[in-house]
Structure formats: structure tokens, C-alpha cells
Design a protein around this ligand. Structure first.
Ligand code: NAD
Length: 260
């Protein structure tokens, strides 16, 4: 069994040898920024599963629960800053070796870390905008949040009277075709696929590493806990992304660390 140091060197070598890297991130990359993930032990979500899209559209009580959850989580997400893992990925992009980051997160922290928005594919949308569920019009999430905080029960779109919510994808809601197609396109083109901070339990995101492996693209998984795709990966590291990624970046920067 390899030591953590040897595993980090392995990943550093892959980074040195790869020119078209794609990274899939999940909620785990943002826990060190203070935003809880879904599936870590003790998670709030295990006891209070999120409202599904169908329930949101059909049930006023479910919409109330949606807004209650958002009221609790909004300050955490709004106050969050990128951590060392987000910054390391922005550094990888500046080196010119990153094709893109496919993220399941809606927190906007990759962009805050300095990744150009065109290099971030938000598979599950963004919590930084509001969207009408009927006509699709985007609007200010701050204004919507103010309406909720002022006691409005079931906010509706001024244009078509559709339900308003954050522009994120709820469970049961489809990832837009153009977004998923772009993610697949990048996965097909990459020469290294890295997963960071995802349990890989949510599809279609969890299908992307499988697609990479189908093309015999090397797969690296950096996640605190085991995932169901660990057996497919060339390197698996179970550690905190914010602690490990900057070290790997430093190792990959120094060519003399490459083993013969
Ligand atoms: P998940 O909760 O299913 O899995 C997160 C994984 O990250 C866990 O396996 C955990 O072991 C690991 N992890 C936790 N802290 C870590 C750290 N510091 N370093 C490395 N790994 C760490 O998350 P998921 O796979 O992204 O899927 C859940 C869904 O939750 C997604 O659809 C996502 O949209 C949504 N979500 C997003 C946010 C966010 O935007 N920050 C937060 C919560 C949930």
C-alpha cells in the first residue's frame, strides 16, 4: 500500500504529464469554506432531505420548507470564501493545463477563486441568481431573498406568475441539455479526469468519470471518504482537499520531484 506522500507524488506526475485536465467537483470541496455537504456523517441533510422539484412545483407546503432551508443556509453560502482547494484549481488554470471544472456546486466559489466563468460548467445551476420556473426569466436573488425575509410566503414571477426559486437544480429536476452536453464534450477531450469532494452518488454527474474511463483517460479521486468509483481510479486519496491539493500543486511545479 502506498503512503500518502507517494500517492501525492503520483498525482503530481499526472498533473505534469497532462495538458487537458478536467476536474469534477462536489460539495466536499466547499466544506472547508464552511458550507456543509450532503452526505458526510452528521449532515443536516441526512435528517432533513431537500425538497424535490416535483414537490416544489406541486405543493405549497414544500415551497415553504424550501424557503425555510434557504433562510438557514443563505448566510453560510453568502459569507463563504474560496479555500485553498479552489485556489489551487485556479492556479492550475493559470498554468494553462485545465480544460474546465465541471461542478455540482451552486456556491460560485470557483469563480470567486479566479477561474474564468467560461471554464466553470455549473451542472446544478447557481444560487446567485433567481429563476422563474415557468418562463425561465433570471432575476436578482438578493431581491427575492428580501421578499422572503419580509414575510412573502410564495413569491411569483412579475411577468408570468410562475414560481420563483434560486437558479439551482433540485433533486428530480433535469440538468439542462446544453450544460450536460458541454460537460460530456470536455470529458471526451480531456487527458486526465480528477474528482474532488464528491460522493459520486448523484447522476448524471457521476456518469462523467465513467465516460472518461471508457476512453482510457486516467482517473484520480480526492475525497475524504470512499466513493463507489474508487476501484476504477488510477490514484485515490482520502484526505481533505484544501490540505492536500496545494501540496500536490507544489510537488507538480517542481519537476525534480518526478520519479524515474
Ligand atoms: P456529497 O455531499 O454527496 O458528497 C460530498 C463528499 O465530499 C463526501 O463523500 C465527503 O466525504 C467529501 N468531503 C467532505 N469534505 C471534504 C473535504 N474537505 N475534502 C475532500 N472531500 C470532502 O456531495 P455531491 O457529490 O456534490 O452531491 C450532492 C449534491 O449536493 C450536489 O447535487 C450539489 O449540487 C449539492 N450541494 C452543493 C453544495 C455547494 O454548492 N457547496 C453544498 C451542499 C450540497
Amino acid at each position: 500500500m502506498l503512503s500518502l506522500e507517494e500517492q501525492m507524488l503520483d498525482v503530481a506526475e499526472f498533473l505534469q504529464q497532462s495538458k487537458r485536465i478536467v476536474v469534477l467537483t462536489g460539495a466536499g470541496i466547499s466544506t472547508e469554506s464552511g458550507i456543509p455537504d450532503f452526505r458526510s456523517p452528521g449532515s443536516h441533510w441526512r435528517e432533513h432531505p431537500p425538497v424535490t422539484y416535483h414537490a416544489f412545483l406541486t405543493n405549497a407546503e414544500a415551497r415553504q420548507r424550501y424557503w425555510e432551508t434557504r433562510r438557514a443556509l443563505f448566510p453560510l453560502v453568502a459569507g463563504a470564501r474560496p479555500n485553498a482547494a479552489h485556489l489551487a484549481l485556479a492556479e492550475l488554470e493559470r498554468r494553462g493545463n485545465l480544460l474546465g471544472v465541471l461542478t455540482q456546486n451552486f456556491d460560485g466559489l470557483h469563480q470567486d477563486a479566479g477561474l474564468p466563468p467560461e471554464h466553470v460548467i455549473e451542472l446544478h445551476g447557481t444560487s446567485r441568481e433567481a429563476a422563474c420556473q415557468q418562463c425561465g426569466t433570471r432575476s436578482s436573488i438578493e431581491d427575492l431573498q428580501k421578499r422572503i425575509d419580509a414575510g412573502e410566503q410564495d413569491p411569483r414571477c412579475a411577468l408570468c406568475d410562475g414560481f420563483l426559486k434560486a437558479a439551482t437544480i433540485l433533486f428530480g429536476q433535469r440538468v439542462p441539455d446544453n450544460v450536460l452536453e458541454r460537460a460530456k464534450e470536455l470529458t471526451n477531450q480531456c487527458d486526465l479526469f480528477i474528482v474532488i469532494g464528491s460522493s459520486l452518488k448523484v447522476s448524471p454527474a457521476s456518469n462523467l468519470p465513467r465516460l472518461a474511463v471508457k476512453h482510457t483517460t486516467p482517473l484520480i479521486i480526492l475525497n475524504l471518504q470512499p466513493t463507489s468509483l474508487d476501484d476504477l481510479a488510477d490514484v485515490v486519496i482520502h484526505a481533505r482537499a484544501g490540505e492536500i491539493l496545494p501540496q500536490i500543486m507544489a510537488l507538480s511545479f517542481n519537476e525534480s520531484n518526478t520519479r524515474l
